[in-house]
Design a protein around this ligand. Structure first.
Ligand SMILES: C[S@@+](CC[C@H](N)C(=O)[O-])C[C@H]1O[C@@H](n2cnc3c(N)ncnc32)[C@H](O)[C@@H]1O
Length: 259
């Protein structure tokens, strides 16, 4: 997708400098905003998408949609964890404070934030995302999004390290047994109904199924286990899990390979 990088209206000098840096990172053109509408700027540049840098947030506009960062579902899951309710992903990971987690499919970062909350300040979470603009918007959000209503969520966000890369390439570079848990949440072939908050991500994200080679590498890199979010119903690729956990009637479950 051809894209431009610009600033929000009257965003100031810092936003312009940040936009220039993002343009260089993405290999995209920086277009000064002036007072012009985004559609006009995009049409003039023949672009289908625009990364817009504001004072505190970065969003990506494409096809009449907006992709931006928000800790929404993670904040709710963390609230539930604090009130003693279990979180299926955390249970599947058997995650404990101090653990190191490699999230190979960062997306909006919700799972990574919840993992980071549980792993705590002594732990470590690295999130790998293949689509550069997704890695950039979510990485910026994790570093800068202000979430004063829940300082624990904000602190969990800040601790996540984002890597813009294909997870197979990244896994191949990582030494064996360097993360306690390696996690994958690839797109399901058919989206789960009600998962509408993922829609712009579904359009932008990499949809290729999880490669067997990536799973093999993940087993090498994990100290304790590899966890993959899967759909129970038909149509999804089969992997060799030792067990699959999750509510018997829930469509989403977690496949586990323990070492
Ligand atoms: C279903 S979403 C993950 C959602 C995420 N767990 C969350 O909580 O927001 C899948 C994400 O993984 C990314 N992805 C898919 N294949 C990848 C790969 N080979 N390497 C890195 N990221 C990949 C997609 O671009 C997409 O952003």
């Amino acid at each position: 997708m051809r894209l431009i990088v610009t600033t929000a209206l009257a965003a100031g000098r810092e936003a312009k400098e940040q936009a220039l840096a993002f343009a260089a990172e993405l290999g995209a053109v920086f277009v000064p905003r002036g007072r012009l509408g985004l559609e006009i700027l995009m049409a003039a540049a023949g672009a289908e998408g625009a990364l817009v840098v504001g004072r505190q947030r970065v969003s990506f506009l494409f096809g009449g949609r907006e992709f931006s960062f928000h800790p929404g579902t993670a904040a709710l899951r963390i609230k539930n964890l604090r009130s003693g309710k279990p979180d299926q992903m955390i249970q599947a990971m058997d995650l404990r404070p101090g653990d190191a987690v490699l999230d190979c499919t960062l997306g909006l970062g919700a799972d990574a934030i919840v993992a980071s909350f549980v792993a705590g300040p002594e732990g470590r979470v690295v999130g790998v995302e293949k689509v550069p603009v997704v890695a950039l918007v979510v990485g910026y959000g994790l570093r800068h999004y202000s979430f004063k209503e829940d300082p624990d969520v904000e602190a969990a966000m800040r601790r996540i390290q984002v890597v813009a890369a294909d997870h197979l390439d990244y896994l191949r570079r990582v030494p064996g047994e360097s993360f306690d848990v390696v996690y994958f949440d690839p797109f399901f072939r058919t989206p789960v109904r009600g998962a509408s908050q993922l829609q712009p991500l579904r359009l932008l994200g990499e949809k290729a199924p999880l490669a067997a080679e990536a799973l093999r590498e993940a087993v090498r890199v994990a100290r304790r286990r590899v966890v993959v979010k899967v759909r129970r119903d038909a149509g999804e690729p089969e992997y060799r899990f030792q067990r699959v956990v999750g509510g018997r009637h829930a469509r989403v479950a977690y496949g586990i390979i323990e070492k």
